[in-house]
Design a protein around this ligand. Structure first.
Ligand SMILES: [Zn+2]
Length: 82
């Protein structure tokens, strides 16, 4: 992967808040949303609130800490219900 050059170029462009895919982390999304994003190309929302269009395989990237925290919260909430 040599995406450094494009990353540098993108910094000079105004951010739209969407489609910025250079976090270097894997965000956690609901499976349905993830599939929708891949199929329709629509922006999806991660657990941490980030909205972006998934365009590549995120395997091997470190998991977004905010997403991980949120997932723990959700799992804890499910346990409380049972
Ligand atoms: Zn995240």
């Amino acid at each position: 992967m040599t995406e450094r050059d494009t990353t540098t170029l993108r910094r000079t462009e105004p951010s739209t808040g969407q489609g910025d895919d250079d976090d270097g982390v894997a965000h956690i999304v609901m499976k349905d949303d993830q599939m929708k994003g891949y199929i329709t190309g629509e922006p999806i929302r991660a657990l941490c609130g980030k909205v972006w269009v998934p365009t590549r395989d995120y395997q091997g990237l470190p998991v977004c800490r905010a997403c991980s925290d949120e997932r723990d919260r959700i799992v804890a909430g499910m346990k409380n219900l049972n």
